[in-house]
Design a protein around this ligand. Sequence first.
Ligand SMILES: [Zn+2]
Length: 294
Amino acid sequence: MSAPTRVVKDSMLGLRMPDIDVWSDRVVTILGQNPGPFTGPGTNTYLVGPSRRPLLLDTGQGVPEYLPLLVRAADEHRGTAEIEGIVLTHAHPDHLGGCAQVAEQFGRIPVWKRPLPGFDRGIESELLPIDADDVVATEGATLRAIYTPGHAEDHLCYWLEEERALFTGDVVLGAGTTVIPEHGGDLLDYMRSLHVLLALEPVVIYPAHGPRIDDATGKIREYIAHRELREQQIVDQLAQGVAAVPEMVKHIYVDVPEFLHPAAGSSVRSHLRKLEREGRARRDGEEWSLVRPA
Ligand SMILES: [Zn+2]
């Protein structure tokens, strides 16, 4: 048997995660060793499949400390020094940044991803394009790609058919809040993606950051409710004639320290852009207002 897993990471969130952990018969998680304000305890990477030919889902950021852990996890939990291939959720560097070091160790194994020209850098191996409903399988594990834009335009979640489990990447997290970036992010797409995930009725979520989520549908509903509440607060502000983002932030984020207000402002703007796309709000320079039904 393997030695007890070392627990060393103490992120800014105060959340500790083991370096290697077994989350089911088919799923072993290896922590990316990249803790930080945006990654929490670090990026979760996953060996998926019960056989000696597992898939690797996401690769972390390319931190040197990660590779020996991946090698150890494959050896101790699957008795192998081989990986069938890599599946990626999206092109953010803390997910594909480890591709090159994995290729150094395991060879130029296939890499499956929804392509995002200009951003799929440093993969080293041939990129095999996949999209919604495509399947990547290994012995005993079948992953179906679920297209879930919003956090990133190329984002795929993966449905593990044998477990009715969902790898959510950065769409639903076990710790922290999903960011909707100004570039590549879209809150309207994101809300649609959450509803797509909810309709699958997963029994468990394996997120890209933070612990396993056992109340999967409850967590997705919570995410939807949180964004809907925030949207209503913003609509209320607009209805009262509050037009500028910093002022809205001051009114809505009363309990949030001021140094976090720029981040809050970014979130408010993502809501306003959603309302604009839906024809419910309009923008005039830095001033926002509601579009009232004629
Ligand atoms: Zn991301």
